[in-house]
Design a protein around this ligand. Sequence first.
Ligand SMILES: [Mn+2]
Length: 344
Amino acid sequence: MNDPVSTDRTADLAAARNLMEDASKLVLTTHVQPDGDGIGSEVALACHLRAIGKDVVILNPHPTPPRFRFLEPDPPIVPFDPTLAERALSTADALVVLDISVPDRLGKLESYVMEYRPKTLIIDHHAEPGQIDGLDLRNVAAAATGELVHELLESWSVRWTPEIATALYAAIAYDTGGFRFANTRQTTHQIAADLIARGADTILANENLFESYSLPRIKLLAHVLDSFELSANGRVATAVVSLGLMTEVGAVNEDVEGIVEVLRSIDGVVVAMLIKEVGPSATKISFRSSGPYDVNAFASQFGGGGHVNAAGAFMRESLSTVVERVTPALRNEFDTAARAPGRR
Ligand SMILES: [Mn+2]
């Protein structure tokens, strides 16, 4: 909001508005395993586009997780289905891709997008430009895609509604962990204040995003808190979640989200790792760290990546193989690192 707006940016925003205004049928989408930022951003944009008479389908690679269902617009978000994807993308005048830039993050939608190649607008804050063809409204300084949709709507003399404001507030609150993560900047708070002035229901958003958990998730958390291991003099915390445990407590993938952050929050822990079995030879690892401890670099040794303090890796190996390979490596890496943090 208070960032200096370059003439290039003004031109890009105008081009983005023109692309959407010229279309009568639009498809909006976000990444696989859609999150609060992707969903909040597409819902806000869809509300405005529908208000100005556009035919809009929000078509996502996966269904909306229960935690984000309070954002469902009317008509609701459509989860992937081959017939619906074919129909939507073969007839769309324009596609808006939110919160991603890498084609394979479109999941099952990727092949339809590649086949029909509708005019595409990308609105994203990740640093991976140019991989999906189209007009690119990117800003890597933004804490959330929701900030960029706010900027776009501001430039469009939109008729703000509480529904639009709540969706964007939720998008930004989600990606900043409730305005706590290091990506939160002054502009982030200014945008949030503006959204509150425009009727954002902050209680609805915050309760759904941060104060509401499924019973299976709580049972999963109880198990992890009962079984995690501390090493490197209490600086490294690791835990394992098997498919058997997931089934036993009735948990689904999104129930695991955030549990690694609980381990990282233990006093003295600088690096936390959660290893999750996905299949017989498919295992997912999540890393969180604080300060200078770089889990991105560590994750890259195993084909993964992310940011300095939050990273992940996916390995085509069994749970036990991954535990045997990665756990000692993590201990060695960060036992040494924790003794000399300035040198990383
Ligand atoms: Mn995001």
